[in-house]
Ligand binder design. Structure first.
Ligand SMILES: Cc1ncc(C[n+]2csc(CCOP(=O)(O)OP(=O)(O)O)c2C)c(N)n1
Ligand SMILES: [Mg+2]
Length: 359
């Protein structure tokens, strides 16, 4: 398993030099930002202000390190736990909050469950709730880029559970045969809701599948942002230069429930969670930065205050924003509404006004 920083935050003496200081701070800044957003969104859900939330707490290094390896022209095909990609690539925080509230200002007009963010400007495709479907989409996008002569790389994220899906098999096989410019990035967080990774496959490691698909595979410590960044950079460069796909297995841990609809204490051993708490990716990076004089309590407090203030403003705006109009439910399906849709619209208007009359 590739590792650069150990759990005490010390650099492996055998590893190549660390990235420049500005990049090191950038990684930590994003990891802390994401942890703060997650905490706040979980509270909003518990207070009944948003309907649902899927946290990524514990997996910050995996996402931040890998996203930072992409260029602006590349495309991200996420699963549930990669929203930092959208933010790091320019999606405003307010979009994230409007999406979770499903307001009229949400770019997907309140039609998706919370956490299904979408940002064309950030080249971030909305996740699909159907596990694994984004992987063939990413491979297809990568093939399209190659046919057009572009140097775009597609990044497909998937969980450990997704690797058991037929769609993922088809995508990996196709990518291997056609040497698609894609990075196949698996966040092995140990669990697929209630199913531990040991029951997901009889293979000892997910990365072993890479060989069967005829592509290089790398297993990396997913809680080590420097190692994740390094291996992903190599995979992106390989894809961009015509070397074909790479499968990356990043070993990390889902510290919280699958989503706010889940109670992991019913099926997980608390000792396992505690052991992973000691491998916290933020703690490791913070120790490393502190030892180099690049971060301290003052910077930490200033960043937390900034992120909370941005969250306050975004939440206030989302709570004051109107809901999408009822009619918008019928838009964007056909250029001209069909008689059946017209009938449904009239019926919905009637139901809407009855609801209004009775509160
Ligand atoms: C095709 C399909 N089957 C089952 C589900 C229900 N489901 C939602 S998330 C999930 C587990 C996903 O686990 P993993 O791929 O490891 O991702 P993680 O949630 O751990 O990030 C399942 C089974 C689904 N959404 N789609
Ligand atoms: Mg998983």
């Amino acid at each position: 398993m590739v590792r650069v920083l150990d759990e005490r935050g010390e650099l492996d003496p055998a590893s190549p030099p660390a990235p420049p200081d500005s990049e090191l701070r950038y990684f930590y800044l994003w990891m802390l930002t994401v942890r703060t957003i997650d905490g706040r969104m979980m509270h909003l859900q518990r207070q009944g202000r948003i309907a649902f939330y899927g946290p990524i707490t514990g997996q910050e290094a995996t996402v931040v390190g890998s996203v930072a390896a992409l260029g602006p022209q590349d495309w991200v095909f996420p699963a549930l736990r990669e929203y930092p990609a959208a933010l790091m690539r320019g999606m405003p925080l307010s979009h994230l909050v409007h999406q979770c509230y499903g307001t009229a200002l949400d770019v997907v007009r309140g039609r998706q469950m919370p956490c299904h963010y979408s940002s064309p400007a950030a080249h971030y495709v909305a996740m699909s709730s159907c596990i694994g479907t984004q992987v063939p989409h990413a491979v297809g996008a990568a093939m399209a880029a190659r046919i057009r002569g572009e140097d775009t790389v597609a990044m497909a994220y998937m969980g450990d559970g997704a690797t058991s899906e037929p769609d993922v098999h088809a995508a990996l096989n196709f990518a291997g045969v056609y040497r698609a410019p894609v990075v196949l990035f698996c966040q092995n967080n140990g669990w697929a809701i209630t199913v531990p990774v040991e029951r997901q496959t009889a293979a000892s490691r997910l990365v072993e599948r890479a060989e069967a698909y005829g592509m290089p595979g790398v297993r990396v410590d997913g809680n080590d942002v420097l190692a994740v960044h390094r291996v992903t950079l190599q995979a992106v460069e390989r894809a961009r230069s015509g070397g074909g796909p790479t499968f990356i297995e990043a070993v990390t841990y889902r510290m919280l429930g699958h989503t706010t609809s889940d109670d992991p204490s019913r099926y997980r051993d608390p000792a396992e969670v505690e052991a992973w708490r000691g491998r916290d990716p933020l703690l490791r990076m913070r120790r490393f930065l502190e030892a180099r004089g690049l971060w301290g309590d003052e910077e930490e407090a200033a960043l937390l205050a900034r992120v909370q203030a941005a969250l306050n403003a975004a939440i206030e705006a989302a709570e004051a924003a109107p809901r999408p109009p009822l009619e918008s439910l019928f838009d964007d399906v056909y250029a001209e509404p069909t008689p059946e849709l017209e009938r449904q619209l009239a019926e919905a208007r009637g139901a809407g006004s009855r609801e209004g009359a009775h509160g």
